[in-house]
Design a protein around this ligand. Structure first.
Ligand code: GTP
Ligand code: MG
Length: 198
């Protein structure tokens, strides 16, 4: 799929104020600093669309980006960032949960996982939460440029093992990406295009 237009529409912390057009949307969720906003910029080929930062906790709202005038990418705040205050954390968690529970336009959640790290409890819990809520999901492994190519398969295998040892019967669809090298870009855009057509 070719991206012809990608425009920022609205940021907010109130799910009821998200765009009410009945267009399919794809949400990006994962730990703070995993690379959600960078991935959105990589997919849309626009470095300035979503705000990114080396410091975790940059995205603090639900951000809607309209693509080709007929679907949305949604950038969400990260979870699991220890340094935001407990109050901010619970407010974040509340509207993220509300988003996943109420947003009818949501077609699929991409859960981003930093490929460099061993499976983390908070990610496994979040995957389980989405799975149990019946929300279709795919995993996106990020920052693949930071590990040797030869290690990628082993890292994915260790993730799969952790899921299968938990409550998962099979590994969800997954993608290996780098926002630096654009690895995974075409595959993800084709995947979205296919779902939009179904
Ligand atoms: P929050 O909004 O704080 O939850 O973070 P985020 O998940 O949106 O992460 P963001 O896209 O802001 O990226 C965090 C940091 O990781 C930035 O310094 C990015 O440049 C870096 N980064 C993101 N993706 C990649 C990648 O694929 N490769 C490399 N090397 N760095 C990346
Ligand atoms: Mg962000």
């Amino acid at each position: 799929m070719k991206i012809n237009t990608a425009e920022f529409v609205i940021s907010n912390s109130d799910v009821s104020k998200c765009p009410n057009e009945p267009l399919p949307e794809y949400a990006f969720i994962g730990r703070s600093n995993v690379g959600k906003s960078s991935l959105i910029n990589m997919l849309t080929n626009n470095k300035n669309l979503a705000k990114t930062s080396g410091k975790p906790g940059k995205t603090q709202l639900i951000n809607h980006f309209k693509i080709n005038s007929n679907w949305f990418l949604v950038d969400l705040p990260g979870y699991g960032y220890a340094k935001v205050s407990k109050k901010t954390k619970s407010v974040f968690q509340q509207f993220i949960t509300e988003y996943f529970e109420k947003r009818e336009q949501l077609v699929l959640a991409f859960v981003l996982i930093d490929i460099r790290h061993e499976p983390q409890k908070i990610d496994l819990e979040f995957l389980t939460y989405l799975g149990e809520s019946g929300i279709p999901l795919s995993i996106i492994f990020t920052k693949a440029d930071k590990v040797p190519r030869s290690k990628v398969n082993n890292l994915v295998a260790s993730y799969k093992k952790a899921l299968l040892e938990g409550e998962w019967e099979e590994m969800p669809p997954y993608f290996i990406t780098s926002s630096e090298t654009e690895l995974g870009r075409d595959t993800i855009l084709e995947y979205i295009d296919q779902i939009n057509k179904d």
